[in-house]
Design a protein around this ligand. Structure first.
Ligand code: SF4
Length: 213
């Protein structure tokens, strides 16, 4: 990254962090994936109940291996041995987790979190339930405002996700959103978090990297 671009990016991150603080969301900035994982480990207490929401970033930084270490009571919805019913029950139990860890589809420079889910388990847990939420976010997720977040979602995030998940949706074939009626549609439940009343609940870790979709 050239110096001018890096300065602009850091300015964007700083502005977003100030807006998040204003909205009751704590934020931190780290340079690497390893630093992000170390920060999460520092935040977690031994044996606490930890759940995760679907997030490519959580996987990319290598956090799943840490959570599977046995040091925590990890509600592992990514366990490939789970039946659909077991996964569903685990997602319901996640609302009682001490800590819920996931990513976000976008974070606006006005300090808002924008997310969309197919079934709603992640947006529901972000909104209410787990005592604490930790978000791992690459700086590529920062957008100007909600309108830009929606545009990013339609033109990039959802089509890319559908392709990677092998969903039978039009966007998985063409890369273009047609606001489909597919039973496998993933854009069903939208959430905008504008503020947190409990200012100890949400902790967002920005990572100086391109992560997730
Ligand atoms: S609404 Fe349908 S076509 Fe559009 S991005 Fe979502 S899944 Fe793809």
């Amino acid at each position: 990254m050239d110096y001018g671009l890096e300065q602009m990016t850091l300015h964007k991150v700083k502005r977003t962090m100030e807006a998040l603080k204003h909205n009751g969301i704590n934020s931190y900035f780290v340079q690497t994936r390893e630093e992000a994982v170390a920060m999460v480990k520092q935040m977690l207490n031994p044996a606490e109940v930890v759940a995760i929401g679907g997030s490519k970033t959580v996987e990319e930084v290598g956090l799943l291996e840490v959570l599977r270490s046995g040091d925590y009571q990890f509600l592992d919805r990514k366990n490939p041995m789970l039946t659909m019913e077991e996964k569903y029950q685990l997602e319901r139990h996640s609302f009682f987790a001490d800590t819920y860890i996931t990513g976000t589809n976008a974070v606006t420079m006005e300090g808002e979190l924008f997310n969309v889910d197919g079934s709603g388990n992640r947006v529901a847990a972000l909104n209410f339930g787990p005592s604490r939420v930790i978000l791992l976010v690459g700086i590529n997720k920062i957008v100007e405002n909600v309108a830009e977040a929606e545009k990013r979602l339609k033109t990039w995030v959802s089509p890319a996700l559908c392709m990677s998940l092998g969903r039978k949706t039009p966007c998985a074939v063409t890369g273009v959103c047609v606001d489909c009626a597919s039973p496998e549609r993933i854009c069903n439940l939208y959430s905008i978090i504008r503020k947190q009343r409990n200012t100890n609940r949400m902790h967002l870790i920005f990572i100086n990297d391109t992560l997730g979709y």
